[in-house]
Design a protein around this ligand. Structure first.
Ligand SMILES: Nc1nc(=O)c2c([nH]1)NC[C@@H]1CN(c3ccc(C(=O)N[C@@H](CCC(=O)O)C(=O)O)cc3)C=[N+]21
Length: 308
C-alpha cells in the first residue's frame, strides 16, 4: 500500500514497466490448457502453418521461434520454406493446399514478401477462417464493422496489455502513431471499439509532439528508433511501444523501440520495454488466434479472454 494515498501498488510491475514477456507466458499457458482439453475431450490438435519465402535471417529467427512456441503449446507446427525466386503461382498453389488441409487451422505467410510478389493477392488467397494474422480483406472489414473477426496479433496483444493495466478504456484519449495495415489501422479500430477517442498520427501529422501530449494511451508503431521522447508524453500516460529496431551500438547491435525509453520511463505511468514488451505478445496472440480458429472450425466454444 502507498502510505499517502492508500492505493494498491503493483509489485509485479515496478516503476510502471509492463512485463510483456511474463504476460505472454501466461497467455501461452492459457492456450496450452485449452489445447490439452481439445485433445483429451475431442481428439483435436490445432495446427499452424507458417510460410517463409526467401532467407532473410531475422525472418528465419521469428519463424523458428514461432515453431518452437507452437509445439510448446501442444499444437502442430507446419513450416514451409520457398526460395527467394519462387513464383507467385507456386506460393498460391501452396496456400491452396493449406486451405484444403483439415489439419491446418491457421496459416501465416511471413511478411515482407519478395518484391516480385503481390502481397495483397497472396494474403487474400488465404481462407479467411484460417487467416490467423487477420490481414485478409474480409477480416479487416469484419473488425471495422464490429463483427467477429480474426484480429491481427500485435494489436490484439497491445489491447490485452492495456486492458490488464487500465481496465475500462472508455473515454480515454488514444493516439496511435503509424497507419500501417498490420498495426496502426487495426489498433485504431480496436481502441475505437473500446470507446476510446482515437487519433491516428503519421509522418505528415503537424506538431506530432503536441498531439502525443494529449494521449492517455500512446501506441507507437512508426519504425523509427527512439523517435518519441519523454517530453512528448503526458505525465501518467500508458505507453505501448510496438517498434522493434535493430541499431548499431559500437561494434554490436541492440534492439530499441520507437520510444526513447530512458526519457519516457520517468514520465509515463506505465510503458512497455523493447525487447520484452509487445514482441512476445505478438507470438502469444498468434497461438491464441490459431486456437480460436480451430475452435470455430469445429463448432466448439471459443476460449474466453483470448479473443475480442
Ligand atoms: N505475416 C506476418 N505476421 C507477423 O506477425 C510478422 C511478420 N509477418 N513478419 C515479421 C514481423 C515481426 N514479428 C515479430 C514477432 C515477435 C517478436 C519478438 O518476440 N521480439 C522479442 C525479441 C526478439 C529478438 O531478440 O530478436 C521482443 O520484442 O522481446 C518480434 C517480431 C512478427 N511479424
Amino acid at each position: 500500500m502507498d502510505s499517502q494515498t492508500g492505493a494498491k501498488v503493483d509489485a509485479g510491475s515496478r516503476a510502471g514497466i509492463i512485463d510483456g514477456k511474463a504476460f505472454a507466458a501466461g497467455v501461452r499457458a492459457d492456450v496450452a490448457r485449452h489445447v490439452a482439453r481439445l485433445k483429451s475431450d475431442h481428439g483435436i490438435i490445432p495446427g499452424l502453418a507458417v510460410v517463409l519465402v526467401g532467407t532473410d535471417p531475422a525472418s528465419e529467427v521469428y519463424v523458428r521461434n514461432k515453431g518452437i512456441q507452437t509445439r510448446e503449446a501442444g499444437m502442430q507446427s507446419f513450416e514451409h520454406k520457398l526460395s527467394e525466386t519462387a513464383s507467385q503461382d507456386e506460393l498460391m498453389a501452396l496456400i491452396a493446399r493449406l486451405n484444403a488441409d483439415p489439419a491446418v487451422h491457421g496459416i501465416l505467410v511471413q511478411l515482407p514478401l519478395p518484391r516480385h510478389m503481390d502481397a495483397d493477392a497472396v494474403i487474400n488467397a488465404i481462407d479467411p477462417a484460417k487467416d490467423v494474422d487477420g490481414f485478409h480483406v474480409l477480416n479487416v472489414g469484419l473488425l471495422g464493422t464490429g463483427q467477429k473477426a480474426m484480429v491481427p496479433c500485435t494489436p490484439l496483444g497491445c489491447l490485452m496489455l492495456l486492458r490488464d493495466r487500465l481496465g475500462d478504456l472508455s473515454g480515454l484519449n488514444a493516439v496511435v502513431i503509424g497507419r500501417s495495415n498490420i498495426v496502426g489501422k487495426p489498433m485504431a479500430q480496436l481502441l475505437l471499439r473500446e470507446s476510446c477517442t482515437v487519433t491516428v498520427a503519421h509522418s505528415r501529422t503537424r506538431d506530432l509532439a503536441a498531439v502525443c501530449r494529449g494521449a492517455d494511451i500512446l501506441v507507437a508503431a512508426v519504425g523509427r528508433p527512439r523517435m518519441i521522447r519523454g517530453d512528448w508524453i503526458k505525465p501518467g500516460a500508458t505507453v505501448i511501444d510496438v517498434g522493434i529496431n535493430r541499431i548499431a551500438e559500437g561494434d554490436r547491435t541492440r534492439l530499441v523501440g520507437d520510444v526513447d525509453f530512458d526519457s519516457a520511463v520517468g514520465v509515463a505511468g506505465a510503458i512497455t520495454p523493447v525487447p520484452g514488451g509487445v514482441g512476445p505478445m505478438t507470438i502469444a496472440c498468434l497461438l491464441a488466434n490459431t486456437l480460436t480458429a480451430c475452435c470455430r472450425a469445429n463448432g466448439l466454444a471459443e476460449p474466453e479472454g483470448l479473443t475480442v
